[in-house]
Design a protein. Structure first.
Length: 364
């Protein structure tokens, strides 16, 4: 099954071309700013380059890692904007050193081949979970006394329960039917959600609305939430929206190979969406989002590699940092500072005490 990476502002073709020029000019490992390069000072630490493939949670993770690497370990750091295909080439060649978020199912063939060939090193999860599914506001289930909202569906726990609650999420354009806010038109999850709607036996009860852009989707959800209205929506995390609003992800049957196989057949058009069986009704698999480095970094900066191996953020905290970034219109660097100040028990567990003290001093 093709899953959706939570994308922010996507890097365009111009960024990809610019990145090629920049990386070609840098000369890759062994250039002047690397140990042993023609311009390197004896004993100087070489530049560590991070890939910026242009989405929100990556900006935050890059900014956190960069601050610790620069202030705690004393290495200069560059962040280079690029597209995913350029990143795949650059990390294998050693033109960049670190990719803080690789959504492995989205680049599965490249990831497994590069890993098997020893062209990259997987340093483990960068967040403890990356989820997607169908969400409702918590006040629909629990109520919200502070806003005077009574619980409308206290026993709504799973997608199976939605059969009883179509009236609670009405489609304004077709009274009598419920409405699912789907993911963005053109994203693969839009088709997957339609498949699952049929598999769950909900297609006759719910219509589907597909926003044309993520901003429109976020605005629709945020507007309904602030008004205290019930809604049913597809969404994912980590994201600022889940960090801002109290949402509940509805339970689904666990993902199985059989379920994914039938969904993929419907995605490919081998069976009509309307003809999928209940076997195609299951949760999205939990996404594995990992940190990847070029193998050469293990020799150049083993202490940095050890730090990166330990750096894993709880997704709930990442949601909150993303929410701060959105609400305060903050930069990724400001969001990283917010993280350092508010969650010292998390980041201090990643580094030795002497490195933590250097980071603390840099925050003053």
């Amino acid at each position: 099954m093709t899953l959706v990476r939570p994308t922010g502002r996507a890097a365009g073709a111009a960024i990809g071309l610019l990145t090629l020029v920049l990386l070609t000019g840098c000369g890759g490992p062994g250039s002047a700013d690397r140990p042993g390069g023609s311009g390197a000072r004896e004993g100087a630490k070489g530049v560590i380059r991070l890939a910026d493939v242009q989405w929100e949670s990556l900006w935050i993770n890059n900014a956190i890692a960069r601050f610790i690497i620069e202030k705690g370990y004393g290495y200069p750091v560059e962040t280079v904007e690029m597209t995913t295909p350029i990143m795949q080439q650059a990390i294998v060649k050693g033109d960049i050193d670190v990719v803080m978020e690789v959504w492995t199912s989205n680049v599965a063939d490249w990831y497994h081949q590069a890993l098997d060939e020893g062209a990259i090193v997987d340093l483990g999860l960068v967040m403890d979970r990356a989820s997607q599914g169908w969400y409702v506001p918590a006040y629909v289930v629990k109520g919200d006394p502070d806003r005077g909202i009574e619980p409308l569906a206290p026993d709504l726990k799973s997608v199976a329960d939605l059969r009883r609650y179509a009236h609670l999420f009405p489609d304004p354009e077709e009274p009598g039917k419920g409405l699912l806010i789907n993911c963005i038109t053109g994203w693969e999850c839009a088709k997957v959600n339609r498949i699952k709607l049929h598999a769950y036996g909900l297609a006759d009860l719910y219509n589907v609305q597909e926003p044309g852009a993520s901003a429109a989707m976020d605005a629709a959800i945020a507007g309904a939430y602030r008004q205290g209205k019930p809604f049913l929506t597809y969404y994912w995390e980590p994201t600022w929206l889940v960090g801002t609003f109290d949402l509940i992800r509805l339970e689904e049957p666990p993902s199985t190979p059989e379920c994914r196989a039938e969904i993929e057949r419907a995605q490919r058009g081998e069976i009509a969406i309307e003809e999928v069986s209940p076997a195609a009704g299951c949760a999205y698999p939990e996404e594995r989002v990992v940190k990847v480095i070029h193998p050469g970094l293990q020799d150049r900066a083993p202490e940095v590699v050890a730090f990166l191996e330990r750096m894993t953020l709880p997704t709930d905290i990442l949601n909150k940092v993303a929410a701060y970034m959105e609400q305060e219109e903050a930069s990724a660097e400001e969001a990283a500072r917010y993280f350092f100040v508010n969650y010292p028990e998390v980041w201090r567990s990643w580094v030795p005490a002497e490195v933590a003290e250097k980071v603390e001093q840099a925050l003053e």
